[in-house]
Design a protein around this ligand. Structure first.
Ligand code: ATP
Ligand code: MG
Length: 424
């Protein structure tokens, strides 16, 4: 407690006139009472999972993704489900005419959902209209690049316009308790008007990813002020819109046949969810002294170089006269370091032309010394593998799990693992 405020002014503050003229703010302890904002389920479990449990009232969410990936489809489906559940929901499209949005809704079988729809681009018009009635629980703005604020000069899509429009919409969200969702375009060259400038302004950033030519889509949280960023939502794009994939493992495992060399199944972890993916390697011996290629899809090429180096230096296998190709099936991207051992298994299998047992999964981190290190969430990985019918696991030595239905074979070093693979 400061009894005489004047006595605490330092000479520095006095010189620069930093004290006086302001109003007192309330300073509270960390242990003061908390009121958590309400969450609203979108009715799409995979979206709620990526959001950390649904949309938060009075928050702003940015969803980015390549053109045509399905942003409008996802948000229209969420808006319709929430409207059907009885929440006031507004969908403002600045990109498509109202008829186009209605046509999509009909195609998705959501033509009768009580969504308040508008085609508009003026932020002032949108907010004036929405202020006249009960504010919506969810407001979708598709997209922020088409919005225009008359508070500043400039064409829609420019950085200053995007920032000003977003600022006004976010202020509305905070004042009225509306969950605002902004669609943002991402251009190949990371365009200046892209959602990058917005990422700091919003509470949550979601990225909708996938190959347009592939059917599945992954919704990933990149930033979340109300939850973790390690959960993903998995969808498939079909004629009726986006369908949820509750068990992604089935999606990323291709039809597996006995006796195929160069493939291993890896139980990856995305947040708290295990996802089984197939790792494929192809090793091609070169006749001449040409520089061999190394090509990687879905994994880190630096990490592949490291695993190859450890196989060469610690296990006596030589890949130097071979081209090496590594692919994660289904176009999935693995970021989990536990993939090292599965990659090594695929590489050794491809090189030696001996298949990894079709009923086995492999995981573990490889150290430069050749040691195989324990990774997080072994039990979860084993459980998922067991659920999908796998019977064996090749893993670090320290992993024990009495509950697991799998036969666990631990390896202390990559050398021991390679010997096992080669049947020595
Ligand atoms: N009639 C249709 N039948 C099946 N799928 C369709 C049909 N029309 C569109 N699609 C799918 O929907 C995708 C477009 O989805 P959507 O418009 O939601 O994407 P978006 O991310 O909002 O794109 P944009 O960046 O252009 O706004 C198409 O790429 C296509 O896969
Ligand atoms: Mg769209």
């Amino acid at each position: 407690m400061v009894e005489d405020a004047g006595a605490t002014v330092t000479p520095f503050q006095a010189k620069h006139n930093l004290i006086g003229g302001g109003r007192s703010i309330q300073l509270v302890g960390l242990d003061a009472e908390i009121t958590l904002p309400e969450r609203m389920a979108s009715g799409i479990a995979e979206l709620d999972r990526a959001l950390g449990g649904g949309f938060v009232e009075g928050s702003a969410t940015l969803i980015g993704g390549d053109p045509g990936i399905g942003k409008s489809t996802l948000l229209l489906q969420a808006a319709a489900k929430m409207a059907i559940a009885g929440l006031p929901v507004a969908y403002v499209s600045g990109e498509e005419a109202a008829d186009q949005v209605r046509l999509r809704a009909r195609r998705l079988g959501l033509g009768n959902a009580p969504v308040m729809l508008a085609a508009a681009t003026s932020v002032r018009d949108i907010l004036t209209t929405l202020s006249q009635a009960t504010p919506p629980a969810l407001l979708v703005i598709d997209s922020i690049q088409t919005m225009h604020s008359d508070l500043i000069e400039g064409a829609p899509g420019t950085v200053s316009q995007v920032r000003a429009s977003a600022q006004e919409l976010i202020r509305f969200a905070k004042e009225r308790g509306t969950a605002v969702v902004l669609v943002g375009h991402v251009t190949k060259d990371g365009s200046i008007a892209g959602p990058r400038v917005l990422e700091h302004m919003v509470d949550t950033v979601l990225s909708f990813e996938g190959e347009r030519s592939h059917q599945y889509r992954i919704l990933r949280a990149i930033k979340n002020r109300f939850g973790g960023t390690d959960e993903i939502g998995v969808f498939a794009m079909v004629a009726e819109g986006l369908t949820e994939i509750a068990n992604p493992s089935a999606l990323f495992l291709t039809q597996r046949e006995e006796g195929v060399t160069g493939t291993t199944v890896f139980p990856a972890l995305e947040g708290t969810r295990p996802v089984l993916v197939e790792i494929q390697a192809l090793v091609v011996r070169l006749a001449s002294g040409a520089t061999p290629r190394r090509a990687v899809v879905g994994w880190d090429s630096g990490r592949l170089a490291m695993v190859l180096a450890v196989l060469e230096a610690r296990c006596g296998l030589s890949f130097s006269a071979c081209e090496v190709y590594l692919n994660i099936a289904g176009g999935y991207r693995v970021q989990d370091p536990a993939a090292d051992l599965a990659v090594a298994a695929a590489l050794v299998s491809a090189l030696s032309e001996r298949p990894v047992p079709v009923d086995a999964v492999a995981f573990g981190e490889i150290a430069l010394s050749g040691e195989i290190r324990t990774v997080a969430h072994s039990a979860l990985r084993l459980k998922e593998a067991g659920k999908l019918g796998f019977e064996r696991a090749l893993l670090p030595p320290a992993v024990t799990d009495e509950k697991s239905s799998l036969k666990l074979t631990g390896f202390r070093t990559l050398g021991a693992f390679v010997e096992h693979m080669l049947g020595k």
